[in-house]
Design a protein around this ligand. Structure first.
Ligand SMILES: [Fe+2]
Length: 178
């Protein structure tokens, strides 16, 4: 029997209830890879959705969100960003996501000023999931249309978080969607 979305959601709740820290998040990452191996899940919840995002599950008790994301655009490159006080697990369903991890290198003494350095790059291919723990800055690039799942510790659209411009050496608060 394939591992279903319902089982994944139950297991996310259990993992975070048992350990809301790094261990619980790592468990979710591993469980997301199991879910991505379920072809029917990928067909139903990812293949048939277009660009943009779609809520798959929200757990009131732990505040975990499971979202389906997609882009039909080729050659899409996002800005480096953090996930504020949250963490994020990205799991690839269709196409690739080229991930870059950045490190902030300035002394944080000047408002709006930030320098970031590209420290690690890897490709997230279908079936794979990666954890970006609290405080990690990353950017995503999609050379071709892609679909992926993003699991977060809360609703990222409502919390304080920042996007970084490596060339201009600036950081800007991302607008909360209320
Ligand atoms: Fe992100």
């Amino acid at each position: 029997m394939a591992y279903t979305l319902e089982e994944f959601c139950t297991d996310c709740h259990a993992a975070l209830t048992e350990d809301p820290g790094a261990a619980g998040r790592e468990k979710i990452r591993a469980q997301l890879e199991k879910l991505l191996a379920n072809e029917e899940f990928v067909q139903t919840h990812l293949a048939q959705q277009g660009s943009g995002k779609n809520l798959l599950y929200h757990d009131e008790a732990t505040d975990v969100y499971v979202m389906a994301h997609g882009t039909d655009q080729g050659n899409r490159t996002g800005k480096p960003h953090c996930h504020g006080a949250s963490w994020a697990v990205y799991g690839q369903a269709i196409g690739d996501t080229n991930m870059t991890v950045w490190e902030r290198t300035d002394d944080r003494s000047e408002d709006g000023h930030a320098t970031v350095e590209d420290i690690h790059q890897f490709t997230l291919s279908p079936g794979k999931a990666a954890l970006f723990d609290t405080g990690i800055i990353h950017s995503t690039a999609h050379p071709k249309p892609a679909r992926w799942v993003r699991v977060t510790g809360t609703d990222l659209d409502t919390i304080e978080r920042y996007a970084y411009d490596p060339d201009r050496q600036q950081m800007k608060r991302m607008t909360p969607v209320t």
